[in-house]
Design a protein. Structure first.
Length: 64
C-alpha cells in the first residue's frame, strides 16, 4: 500500500510530443493537477501528451 494513498497531491507535468528531447522544445509548457495518484491527476488532464515532473503534498484547503 502506498503511504501517500488518500493524501491529495499536486502533480506537475511537461506537455510535449512523444520522443522529443527537452533541448528540442521551443517553449516549455507545464501543467498541474491534484490527485491521490499520478493516474488520477493525468485523468484530470486528459488530452495532451504528458511527461511526469514532480509530486508535492497539497496544503490544507487544496492550495499548493
Amino acid at each position: 500500500m502506498n503511504f501517500k494513498q488518500g493524501i491529495n497531491m499536486l502533480y506537475q507535468f511537461l506537455i510535449c510530443s512523444p520522443g522529443r528531447k527537452l533541448a528540442e522544445l521551443s517553449r516549455v509548457r507545464i501543467v498541474s493537477a491534484f490527485g491521490r495518484s499520478e493516474a488520477e491527476a493525468r485523468a484530470h488532464l486528459a488530452g495532451p501528451n504528458l511527461v511526469f515532473l514532480s509530486r508535492t503534498p497539497a496544503r490544507k484547503g487544496g492550495a499548493a
